[in-house]
Design a protein around this ligand. Structure first.
Ligand code: SAM
Length: 238
């Protein structure tokens, strides 16, 4: 199965997966399936080929759009079963990765996964984004802040931007609604210190809808009042 993933990654994104990395992806798919059945509700996607495309390849699309320096600090907000953070870490083991997730059961899976995949330099943070954004060792500490399928853009910006250093980049992985949601986030971006850099379309094999990476540059510090307390961003979006 991982040969098919390797072929797609090479053709679409110019990424060469080693035999060891292919084995890590195969093990990841197996662990997802096992935990999904028994313990945590990690993914609605269960078919192996769909996992490869909609989880692994979709996550790796970030590497085609971003120039990530060696040893960069990256946080994946609302990572769930580890997307996009874990596939990125498999392909770029130099990344200093933080996986942020509010649900304890999912953190337990990620802890197990990091062990079986022998991932080094991964911090697991069981917290809400609104809490992490106010922690001194997390706030404005990251070169890259990424998220997939976590919240609508105006809300998501209040989760992501406080974690990025000035000059860092936030990436929202979105579907067809990317441009509209980004327009709706104009006020949040102005308040929080973000600026739209680029929207990159991503076409995945056998996926009808176009995916988009919304790249937001952090251009100014985020005011101390943000993020607001847990729940407030979603209840009263900026
Ligand atoms: N990013 C993963 C993916 O694309 O497969 C998971 C997406 S899942 C739909 C959304 C995840 O974000 C859930 O695991 C949820 O617990 C987490 N989440 C939602 N709001 C959050 C918040 N404010 N702080 C931390 N995690 C959050």
């Amino acid at each position: 199965m991982s040969e098919r993933l390797a072929a797609h990654a090479q053709r679409l994104f110019g990424l060469t997966l080693s035999a060891a990395q292919q084995a890590q992806f195969a093990r990841y798919a197996a662990e997802l399936e096992a935990w999904n059945k028994s313990r945590a509700n990690l993914t609605a996607i269960t078919d192996v080929e769909a996992v490869e495309i909609r989880h692994f390849l979709d996550s790796l699309s970030l590497l085609s759009a971003l120039d990530i320096p060696l040893g960069a600090r990256l946080i994946d907000v609302g990572t769930g079963g580890g997307f996009p953070g874990v596939p990125l870490k498999i392909v770029r083991p130099d990344l200093r990765l933080t996986l942020l997730e509010a649900t304890g059961k999912k953190i337990a899976f990620l802890q197990h996964l990091a062990g079986v995949l022998a991932l080094a330099d991964v911090q697991l943070l069981n917290a809400r984004a609104e809490e992490a954004g106010q922690m001194p060792d997390q706030r404005e500490r990251y070169d890259f802040v990424v998220a997939r399928a976590v919240a609508h853009m105006p809300v998501l910006m209040e989760y992501l931007l406080p974690l990025a250093r000035v000059g860092g980049l936030c990436v929202a992985m979105k579907g067809e609604s990317a441009a509209r949601e980004t327009a709706e986030a104009a006020n949040a971006l102005r308040i929080l210190g973000g600026q739209v850099a680029r929207i990159v379309p991503i076409q995945l094999p056998a996926v009808a809808e176009l995916h988009h990476l919304v790249l937001i540059q952090k251009v100014a510090p985020t005011p101390r009042a943000y993020p607001r307390k847990p729940g407030a961003p979603a209840k009263k979006p900026l």
